[in-house]
Ligand binder design. Structure first.
Ligand code: FE2
Ligand code: FE2
Length: 344
């Protein structure tokens, strides 16, 4: 059969992986590189330092502020970081084993990052992601407590924010310099911001993988996506529980930017906000005439990769990145969104 002998043949790589499947693995490989980059930054400052996740030396004051949320925060940060590193390494190795190009973000390791005690000084100026100017959308908190709305069925429904002030302006989730660790109240606000950033990120992966899996053709591609996805769910579930332990703080002002933040008391009776309601409330699924069901949401597959990229961009995670970075990521996302189950 010639090169143009059939669309599926023409689209398949030498390794037999349909090009659509490769795109469905390459986009998350890039996201996992980005996740690993910022989790490494968190681990250097607030996680456990060991050979499994090397590089940092730890920031004792930031680590202590995180421990207010849970005494095991450093362990969880370490293990989440380890997971993300293995995600991108596996996805890229799998792609290469099939003769496909891996995701590569090395040209974009240009961001400054923190210079506070504990960071890997070799990586100052060589980060992919920016954790110091985040706008954190905490609407997932109420989305998973709401039994009457599913974003897939109600795309215009506005889920209230758990921490409204984090959803506007730019907040740092790590100490930028050692000056940021000198005021204990501001440092706790930084740790609380991280505490809400963790689940905000992980709920994204929690939706992304099942959404992408619906577009895959090969069973093995589906197996990869539905095997990694639930570990993101496990991350999300852990972090959504810990975020509820963030101590309430009233109107803390960033001494560098002047931005205000308030962490409300979420130990309330309103079931849309009550902090211990961490199990996913059932909600409408597929068709409102069917009974409500406890599910991950959203899982609609159309445009999901570009949606994830836009979500992370709007979060401020890529502030300082070059137009070439956005062009590269957009290309990967669009290729993933063009893949279709059964068409390769
Ligand atoms: Fe991951
Ligand atoms: Fe993750």
């Amino acid at each position: 059969m010639g090169l143009l002998g059939g669309s599926r043949t023409a689209r398949a790589s030498r390794g037999g992986l349909p090009s659509g499947d490769a795109a469905l693995l390459r986009f998350p490989a890039a996201l996992e590189l980005l996740e690993a980059d910022f989790w490494i930054q968190y681990n250097e400052l607030g996680g456990i330092q060991d050979p499994e996740v090397p590089g940092g030396t730890g920031n004792p004051l930031y680590t202590a502020a995180l421990a207010v949320l849970d005494e095991d925060m450093d362990q969880y940060i370490h293990d989440n970081t380890d997971d993300e590193i293995t995600h991108h390494q596996f996805l890229n190795a799998y792609l290469m084993s099939k003769g496909e190009a891996p995701a590569n973000l090395d040209p974009f390791r240009t961001l400054m990052g923190s210079t506070a005690t504990g960071v890997n000084t070799d990586l100052i100026g060589h980060r992919l992601t920016n954790l110091t100017q985040l706008t954190v959308d905490t609407s997932w908190w109420t989305r998973y407590r709401d039994d009457s709305h599913n974003p897939d069925l109600d795309p215009n429904h506005v889920f209230p924010q758990a921490v409204p002030t984090l959803g506007v302006n730019q907040h740092t989730a790590i100490p930028r310099t050692d000056a940021d660790t000198s005021d204990p109240t501001f440092l706790q606000a930084i740790a609380n911001t991280a505490g809400f950033h963790f689940p905000t990120i992980e709920q994204g992966g929690n939706s992304l993988y099942p959404s992408l899996a619906q577009r895959a053709t090969h069973e093995e591609t589906i197996r990869i996506l539905i095997s990694i996805g639930p570990t993101e769910t496990m991350h999300f579930q852990t972090w959504s529980d810990k975020a509820g332990n963030a101590p309430p703080l009233m109107d803390v002002i960033d001494p560098v930017t002047g931005v205000h933040v308030t962490f409300p008391d979420l130990d309330v009776s309103d079931p849309l906000l009550k902090k211990n309601l961490i199990m996913p409330e059932p909600c409408p699924f597929l068709d409102p005439s069917l009974p409500i069901c406890s599910i991950i949401r959203p899982t609609k597959t159309q445009g999901v990769a570009m949606g994830a990229l836009t979500f992370l961009t709007n979060m401020g995670l890529f502030i300082g990145q070059s137009p070439a970075f956005f062009a590269y990521m957009t290309g990967l996302a669009q290729a993933a969104d063009h893949a279709h189950h059964g068409r390769g």
